[in-house]
Design a protein. Structure first.
Lengths: 456, 377
């Protein structure tokens, strides 16, 4: 029998640190000069970003013919990358909004960082559909309904247009949510900084927040409302992304399982990415007592759960293909498992379904090197999942004469590299410019920070 | 530092103390007081006797407004302003509108809630508040819990408040004063700096949109799609022997449905032999009216009276109500449509055979309307 006392809530912050020390430790990266390691990391990510920038410039100058996209496989890498990065973003909203609604206090240590990752991932993701329009400098003209001399409007019944609205709304709402959470922390930084320039910046960005309880009351309500909106929003975004596929009549895409399957996959890969990055952050900035091992273990449990949901979806797709008796559907799935792309399919299946099963063991769930490696696998392979879905179905459409094998080019690879470069550059700059942990929220969950109401 | 007092403040070390202090202060009947804490302290709203927040209503109406706006806009654009049948669905396909309606609802509800929270409920941004840059603010934003009773409170009395705070075991008790700048500060929208900033933004945005749409898009490489290595009609080309990019049909080729006109240069014969195959039914007259208004009315006028809308550019044609034209047979008018007359060119490319006869039927209706017989009345 374990001796845990379930009447007492477990503390999410270890060791009851004094409140001022929380200010000190969270604002330390902002007050100190970056060290050599930071510059090395930044140099690597900026190099990756430059590679992507060159690929992008070449694609603008010579056109999208530089990509591997061919006639049946018109979507190729850009859409694979788009779905991958949007998925990464979903973990942030899940942690900040859904876990907030469920009153999961362990989220406080990681919410700010995960929200930041959401915003950076969505920025990265948005690049791809826009450059996939071919002439991105005209993208606003294609995508937005505006009164024009042709008196034409965009097609509001198209899932691709739903995407435009879903992703831009998602970005805006995530950003607002993030900023609202930052205001009290910026006010705290304003009051403790000694630098004049920083004081001006924090004064402007904190809008003159006074920590007044008359404000806190409305603030907490707003936070709850935003969390309540962000929760269905995050589900809707990946649902709509999955509609891009599911509304098309292509075998292997046209299935009703896609929305929940995509959402589970998004949370799966997103948690893996957040876990990967947090392992570094807590080590580098000494946040081990705030982002505790318990928190990481809980994240691993979410990875295990969503991994099994994804595995269920993989199996169910096969079952339905067989059970429906639709010949093209059966063919599409046999082709996925045993056709030209079988290598990608089996990498995806093993790494996504079997490897996360190791998280059933508590020792593995709590061992940082092992969980890191598992999450890296999940990340890489969730990218493959989107590749398998997009490419296998497109390369074998209804007309056998147009079948073709998709081969990515160097430009494709450079754009993918560049997307990682952009994402990690933004993450690195974030760690040095804003508090990566919510100061006010962490203070509120430290043991002894809430009144005991003993006079009741 | 002026001597005008803004409030009297006390700092406490634990959350239990501040809850107790807030309760006592509100029970003593103070109303203009505030509690400042580094994070929201549970139970403080009750201790301060704050009314429930009204913010939820803002969200509700903004959300409903967003949903209505999205549905009506999409319905108007796709069903009324430019109706197109897409995938055989109705002009108002509600299921297909749901995703965007949802997104706009969330977007508007969020933005309006946050904007009204910050600018209306909190009256932020406000960096000129007297509490800023005080020792009190520096403590409550980190690890202390403060309570501040404003001088505006009707029960404000320095001695009483001081002894009250002392009896509550406050760790620090101090007054907060206005400084000159804060006393004279009045937020104003018509600040020339702010207006100048707005004007600069407006000019910048207009200029960059203008440059983007009118200059950048016509620069290399953005203009490369305009210059394509294909031959368009009327262009010369080395590919064919005749040096033209466009080929002429093989001799003797007849277009589908082409019937050669048998009465070339023989108006009298045409008038005698050609017979109108169309009956003046409602459909035929509708067709004739439509085509007449498009092709004939610019010169002949909507009522065929010769009141040209192109007066000055072209000579006026005679009225079609003249005795001469009224006496012409349908075939004779048909000949004019096919061959033209004086400055009038041939309309055989614009009007199909059926349409020509329909136009003639309509002309007859117009003629009859100005020269009605007694039996028509």
């Amino acid at each position: 029998m374990s001796s845990i006392d379930y009447t007492q809530e477990l503390s999410v912050v270890e060791g009851r640190p004094p409140l001022r020390s929380i200010d000190d430790i969270i604002s330390k990266p902002l007050d100190t000069k970056p060290d050599k390691k930071f510059y090395i990391a930044l140099a690597i990510t900026l190099t990756m970003l430059t590679i992507g920038g060159l690929g992008l410039a070449a694609s603008f100058y010579w056109g999208t013919g530089l990509w591997g996209n061919n006639n049946p496989v018109g979507w190729g890498f850009p859409i694979v990358n788009f779905v991958f990065w949007i998925g990464i973003g979903h973990a942030g909203t899940l942690i900040s909004a859904i876990l907030f609604l469920f009153r999961q206090k362990w989220r406080t240590g990681i919410a700010r960082f995960a929200e930041g990752m959401t915003i950076f991932a969505v920025i990265t993701a948005m690049i791809f559909p826009i450059i996939h329009t071919g002439r991105p400098w005209l993208a606003a003209v294609y995508l937005l309904p505006y009164p024009n001399q042709h008196s034409l409007w965009v097609n509001f019944t198209s899932p691709l247009l739903w995407d435009v609205f879903a992703v831009s709304t998602y970005f805006t709402v995530s950003f607002v949510f993030w900023y609202i959470g930052l205001i009290p922390d910026l006010a705290t930084l304003r009051d403790r900084t000694t630098s004049k320039i920083k004081k001006i910046i924090y004064s402007i960005t904190s809008l003159g927040w006074r920590h007044s309880n008359r404000h806190w009351q409305n603030y907490e309500l707003t936070y709850l409302i935003l969390a309540g909106f962000a929760t269905p929003l995050v589900l809707s975004v990946h649902t709509i992304v999955s509609f891009d596929f599911a509304v098309a009549i292509l075998p292997g895409w046209h299935t009703t399982i896609f929305p929940p399957y995509f959402v589970a996959g998004a949370v799966f890969s997103g948690f893996a990415m957040v876990q990967n990055v947090l392992i570094f952050i807590r080590k580098i900035f000494n946040y081990e007592h705030i982002i505790t091992k318990d928190t990481l273990e809980k994240m691993n449990k979410v990875i295990l759960l969503t991994g099994m949901m994804v595995g269920y979806a993989y199996s169910m797709e096969f079952f339905i293909a067989w059970y429906s008796g639709v010949q093209p559907e059966v063919f599409a799935f046999m082709n996925r498992a045993f056709g030209d792309y079988a290598w990608a399919y089996w990498i995806m299946f093993t790494c996504n379904v079997f490897i996360p099963q190791l998280f059933w063991f508590k020792k593995i769930r709590r061992s940082i090197p092992i969980m890191f490696v598992i999450a890296v696998f999940v990340n890489v392979v969730m990218w493959f999942e989107r590749f398998v879905i997009t490419v296998t179905s497109l390369s074998r459409d209804y007309l056998p004469s147009s079948w073709a094998y998709f081969k990515p080019t160097l430009t494709d690879a450079s754009l993918l590299t560049g997307s990682f470069g952009l994402f990690f550059t933004l993450v690195l700059l974030f760690t040095k410019s804003l508090p990566v942990i919510s100061i006010a929220e962490v203070k509120a969950v430290v043991d002894g920070s809430q009144p005991t109401h003993e006079d009741h | 530092m002026s001597e005008k007092i803004y409030s009297y403040t006390a700092l406490f070390d634990t959350p239990n103390d501040i809850i107790h202090a807030a309760k006592v202060v509100s029970e003593k009947g103070y109303t203009k007081f505030d509690v400042n804490t580094p994070y929201p302290v549970h139970g403080m709203d009750g201790a301060m006797k704050l009314p429930t927040s009204k913010l939820g209503f803002v969200t509700l109406f903004a959300g409903l407004g967003g949903a209505a706006l999205a549905l009506l806009t999409m319905g108007w654009m796709m069903g009324i302003d430019y109706p197109i049948v897409i995938g055989g669905k109705p002009y108002f396909p509600l299921p297909a509108f749901i995703p965007i309606t949802f997104e706009i609802t969330v977007l508007l509800a969020t933005l309006v809630t946050v904007a009204s929270l910050l600018f209306f409920f909190f009256k932020l941004p406000n960096n000129k508040h007297p509490l800023h840059d005080t020792n009190y603010m520096k403590n409550v934003s980190s690890d202390k819990y403060g309570i501040s009773i404003e001088a505006k409170d009707p029960k404000f009395n320095i001695e009483e408040i001081k002894s009250l705070f002392e009896s509550l075991h406050a760790s620090v008790i101090e007054p907060v004063y206005y400084d000159e700048e804060e006393l004279n500060f009045k937020p104003k929208i018509a600040d020339p700096k702010f207006l100048g900033f707005l004007a600069a933004v407006a000019i910048f945005v207009s200029l960059s949109v203008y440059l983007h749409m009118n200059k950048v898009l016509y620069m290399v490489p953005f203009s490369w799609m305009d210059e394509q290595e294909k031959t368009i009609a009327q262009e010369s080309s080395d590919f064919f022997d005749n040096g033209s990019g466009m080929l002429t049909p093989v001799e003797g080729t007849v277009a589908r449905g082409f019937i050669p006109y048998a009465f070339k240069n023989k108006p009298e014969k045409a008038g005698k032999l050609l017979v109108n195959p169309l009956l003046p039914t409602k459909e035929n007259l509708e067709l004739g009216k439509n085509k007449f208004n498009i092709y004939c009315s610019p010169c002949h006028g909507y009522l065929a009276e010769g009141d040209s809308r192109l007066k000055g550019s072209f000579p006026n044609p005679p009225s079609l109500h003249s005795q001469k034209v009224r006496n012409w047979s349908d075939g004779r008018i048909y000949h004019v449509i096919v061959e033209g007359q004086n400055v009038m060119p041939s309309y055989s490319y614009q009007l199909s055979i059926e349409e020509r006869w329909a136009v003639i039927n309509y002309i007859r209706v117009l003629q009859r309307s100005l020269n009605a017989k007694e039996t028509d009345l």
